[in-house]
Design a protein around this ligand. Sequence first.
Ligand code: KG4
Ligand code: ZN
Length: 339
Amino acid sequence: MTTRILGIETSCDETAAAVVEDGRAILSNVIASQVEMHAQYGGVFPEMASRAHVEAISPVVAQALREAHVDWDDLDGIAVTYGPGLPGSLLIGLNFAKGAAFGKGLPLIPVNHLEAHLYTHWLTTGAEGAADGNLTFPLLALIVSGGHTELILMRDHGQYEYLGGTLDDAAGEAFDKVARMLELGYPGGPAIEKAARQGHPGAFEFPRAWLPGTYDFSFSGLKTAVLRTLRRFNGPRPRTFAADMAASFQESVVEVLAEKTAQAAQAHAVRAVVLSGGVSANTALRLAVRARLNIPVYTAPLTLCTDNGAMVAAVGTYRYWAGVRAGWDLDIDPGLRLA
Ligand code: KG4
Ligand code: ZN
């Protein structure tokens, strides 16, 4: 018997739906991104994100079913992200999922967005560096996205221990804010990574918040240092200024993330490390973590690093098998945590 789950994701600025078989095989993965709309404002505008989800959700789900060549009757359940995320965005996906599950007589499965990012590693993609589900516990996960920077110890399916996280900005948020300061565009992560390739990481000396004895992170001091340097160079700037700033900033973020991940992996004698979330698309970060460890460090293909429905369907399948069902009173939980 195969299990087919529809995953719905609207926690931030992507309206996404996917059908996944047995928690592994991606039958379809449709993403309507609002990046171009938000790029005009240099960031996500919650009210507009919510409206765009309203317009996109129905066609995106229909397309996911069509591309998977399945009908509602072929599904075993509907998994939906109920937190963490933007309240107005989460509501659209959750209400759509509730309506569809009720109307079609399917079980509704509640999904934590952070857990979904981890379960990208159980999807079969065949991409270089991907785990494709060949994972043994305990695992260490570094979740780095626009909203989160967390080190999580995963002892088994559904068993998490929070080791540390950011005290201020998320890593992706720092990338986005610094890209805006450097006028490199939105989303900032890919823009900084691209600019950094032409720059010299040693050009500017930016601080690293080590916060010794913890697995916590802080990026606000780094952001301020970037701003101060920008003010200092307010006249004519060297030709390589933006590229050098991007490279030096990226190196500072990557070094702290990679070093703390390696320390946590060693301290907890994990079998493997998984990198998840939008910032894990960053090549410099992938290289830096791999260079510090001699255990497998798994990464997902770029389209699965950022928000998508397949990861929601993947974790939804495991929860479905474990008998987890949401009631019709399931509400959004914008501040939901993993552990
Ligand atoms: O996981 P995600 O799509 O959304 C959240 O759940 O937040 O992550 C989006 C974040 C953005 O801040 C974006 O700038 C960052 O991931 N990002 C990157 C890269 N690609 C996306 N950061 C650094 N390097 C990249 N290549
Ligand atoms: Zn995310």
